[in-house]
Design a protein around this ligand. Structure first.
Ligand code: 5GP
Length: 120
């Protein structure tokens, strides 16, 4: 990874139960909860349970089982929230130029309205 994993990051605290979250899904591989500052009617964050700084770190170092489990969890959350038919958007910010603020991999899941063509 480009930086060591910081176990004091806010999502690590959520995973340890040290701070609360509004949980929507949890399994062996992933936890999903509502973003504290939603940018769409549905704005959920899906995080792997392992200690991965970013998408890049995860892809490079996680096991195939963890990667498959995480991807399936993201899709399951969208399905459970009935977002498949209307459609939704996934986003993962990586590093400074990507605007990543929390150094634990998270995939944003947006839905509930037409999202347009924005890249930001
Ligand atoms: P990033 O910019 O790193 O991709 O996104 C971080 C996201 O985490 C932001 O959308 C922000 O609103 C959300 N966030 C930051 N702190 C907390 C928190 O304590 N709880 C929850 N549920 N979301 C948070």
């Amino acid at each position: 990874p480009t930086q060591p994993y910081d176990p004091a990051n806010i999502f690590a605290k959520i995973l340890r139960g040290e701070i609360t979250c509004n949980k929507v899904f949890e399994d062996e591989h992933a936890l999903a909860f509502h973003d504290i500052a939603p940018q769409a009617p549905v704005h959920v964050l899906v995080i792997p349970k392992g200690a991965y700084v970013s998408w890049d770190d995860f892809a490079a170092t996680a096991s195939d089982r963890e990667i498959a489990g995480f991807i399936r969890a993201v899709a399951t959350v969208a399905r459970d929230l009935d977002l498949v038919q209307p459609g939704y958007r996934l986003l993962a910010n990586v590093g400074a130029n990507g605007g990543q603020e929390v150094p634990h991999l998270h995939v944003h899941l947006f839905g509930g309205r037409p999202l347009g063509r924005m890249i930001s």
